[in-house]
Design a protein around this ligand. Sequence first.
Ligand code: RIB
Length: 304
Amino acid sequence: MKQPKICVAGSSNMDLVTSVKRMPLPAETIHGIDFHTFFGGKGANQAIMAAKLGGRVTMIAKVGNDGFGQQYLENYQKSGLVTDYVSVTDDAPTGIAAITVDAQGQNSIIVVSGANFAITPADIEKAIPAVREADAVLCQLEIPLDATIRFLEIAKDANVLTIFNSAPAQELPEKIYALSDYFCPNETEAALMAGFPVKTIEDAEKAGRLFIGRGAKSVIVTMGGLGSIFVSANKVFHVPAEKVKAVDTTGAGDAYIGSIAYFLASGASIETAMENATHVAALSVQKSGAQTSFPSYADCGFSV
Ligand code: RIB
């Protein structure tokens, strides 16, 4: 099989992760159990997931001129990403995420964007050759919206498959829907953008139809333990989640979306892509951290 080419424009964060028995209440001080630093950021996580499955992944990113930035550049190189469009800025520190994980594996995350928010549409335009030669492009909302939109526009103009993971949630301009071949929110992001709660599979289908009406070609709503729902003009289906014991859910959504990008870029059907991505995400929640928890293709036990 030809190695699929994926281009990702997105964030690089150093994740500062504290494990706790339970989340602290407002104004409460509690003792943590342990502390680790991991490589994270939704963009980087999804890119590295696609690369671990076997994709040739080009990353467009920015880090600060500091220790975390240096470590991140080495991480990209070790992970086999094409780093021609990863740059270093003196104007902002490398992005970080302060993450707390409780005994149930649930997390809360505060992102301080730093250098990620120094990415400009001009940075994206430098990477036009990589976008045009990709089988699929993938982006999120942890870099400035104008850069994300420029990235999707360049890909659309070149007829490259676009996958837009609208995370973390924010209000979006209408034009971004029509730039998305696959518009991929989770349930909370879908609720914010739809303007109604998305708690059930039926709610997700209703939200998906709304996003199709706004111009998205197809929609995947991820719903954690409820699985994921696909909606397009003429197809709707649900893929249940695998039942596993979660140690740390950080990055599970990124494992899922990075896998979707890899399998669609490989030419798989959306049904196969979503079933395989569900399995990858289930494996990822059974280990700590984001990228550290991602399986390789061989680890997944796929039949082909
Ligand atoms: O989706 C998980 C990621 O969100 C973490 O790695 C953190 O960096 C934040 O971007």
